[in-house]
Design a binder for this molecule. Structure first.
Ligand SMILES: [Zn+2]
Length: 419
């Protein structure tokens, strides 16, 4: 027998219906089209504002374009529930919007119970994806203080429009964007739900997982320099083949990843002169290494460097490394990890802990020293940033339930911590 939900019940189905409504409003046959700093994005945000207006919350948009809805509690100490309404072009219907709409349903539930013990705030971060200007985590990194306006000012979209001008159209003065940091002043916890965007939970047949943190990344350009020479006249033992060394390294990094429990990827290899009749004189490759543990990440990097020296020697070529980009692993709060684990077990019976390969707004908030936790819900076939992105409806319902439980536990935790 099913009973009709009452006004004070959590209604996961309402969140699923909202997600479908948003998809119809801001998507097309190719997928979601809520690219940040576009009209369709603004339309999605206006839709969210209309939903929020039905609750006893205060609405504001901060200096970086992040939207906030605040439900005042008995204490000013705040639990933040976050997500992002923006999508990549031809994106999926859940990446970002599930976090916001799941949080909206939880906010409705909390508001229906009267004044909460702590203040509860829903945040829709501006431009998580960076799809238009190639700079992701715009709003959250402005708030965390890790964004430098001069680094992003002159980024252009494919029409040649500058970021500084595009954001101004939406009321954001780039030089004031970091003033949004004051929004984190009373933040006592940040909770983010997200689709996994990978195949791990599905392969284990589990609906939900606790995210331990986001991977640290080492990204390098590696150049092997040998001597280009005629493919017919140069004996095999006289060659200085830059590609030979690169190829050996390309295979070795898979062993390095396996040994250390991380992931390593050679994403690009370019040979010169790059013709069929010449030994490769110069080979440029990229290496991306990721690990949740900083020491293991450093070890993977050192092992790859040592291997490159060894292979360079074997092939009688030179090797040089240049760092493209690096970020340290960002670990979520250990106590909130336990609460998330409990909330998942109470909802789904079984939980699993896993790292996040992609970065998320949660990583920026954690960097600003706000205790942070993320929960993942299973992604079908691990697909994301594509119109095929999907999650079973029963799992969507479960993740809203688990988020609601986690929010309840987190509010109690904030109260206890404040004593
Ligand atoms: Zn996302």
């Amino acid at each position: 027998m099913t009973t009709k939900p009452t006004a004070t019940d959590l209604q996961p189905q309402r969140a699923i219906d909202d997600l479908k409504e948003l998809r119809a409003l801001t998507g097309n046959a190719d997928g979601a089209q809520r690219v940040a700093w576009t009209e369709t994005w603004a339309k999605g945000r206006a839709w969210l504002r209309d939903k929020l207006k039905q609750l006893p919350v205060e609405l504001e948009t901060d200096e970086a374009g992040n939207s906030w809805a605040t439900l005042r509690g008995k204490s000013d100490r705040a639990m933040l529930l976050g997500g992002h309404m923006d999508s990549v072009p031809n994106g999926g219907w859940l990446d970002g919007s599930l976090n916001v709409i799941g949080a909206l349903e939880v906010l409705r539930h909390i508001a229906s119970q009267g004044t909460p013990p702590v203040t509860v705030r829903l945040v829709d971060w501006a431009d998580e994806e960076g799809a238009r200007f190639g700079r992701s985590l715009f709003g959250s990194s402005a708030a965390s203080g890790f964004m430098t306006p001069d680094d992003v000012r002159n980024l252009t979209d494919k029409e040649g429009i500058k970021l500084v001008d595009a954001v101004a159209k939406f009321g954001v003065n780039l030089d004031k964007a970091k003033d949004s940091g004051k929004q984190l002043k009373n933040a006592a916890a940040y909770v983010e739900l997200h689709i996994e965007q990978g195949p791990v939970l599905e392969s284990m047949n589990l609906p939900l997982g606790v995210v331990l943190g986001t991977y640290g990344v080492e990204r390098h350009a590696i150049r092997f320099t040998g001597q280009s020479a005629h493919a017919g006249s140069t004996p095999m033992d006289k060659r200085r083949d830059a590609f030979g060394a690169a190829a050996k390294l390309g295979l070795e990094i898979r062993e390095i990843a396996r040994r250390n429990g991380g992931v390593c990827t050679v994403g690009s290899v370019v040979t010169k002169p790059g013709i069929v009749t010449a030994v490769v004189g110069q080979c440029d490759m990229t290496l991306d290494q990721r690990h949740l543990n900083a020491d293991s990440l450093a070890k993977m990097l050192q092992e790859a460097k040592d291997a490159s020296q060894r292979f360079a020697k074997e092939e009688n070529v030179g090797v040089e490394w240049n760092r493209i980009w690096q970020i340290h692993p960002i670990l979520f709060n250990p106590e909130l990890i336990e609460l998330c684990d409990q909330a998942i077990k109470e909802t789904a019976g079984v939980s699993h802990r896993l790292p996040s390969g992609p970065l998320h707004d949660a990583a920026e908030v954690a960097r600003a020293n706000v205790p942070t936790i993320m929960m993942f819900v299973q992604s079908l076939r691990g697909l994301s940033h594509a119109k095929e992105e999907d999650t079973k409806e029963e799992h969507l319902a479960m993740c809203v339930q688990a988020l609601d439980r986690l929010a309840g536990k987190t509010m109690n935790w904030i109260v206890e911590k404040g004593k």
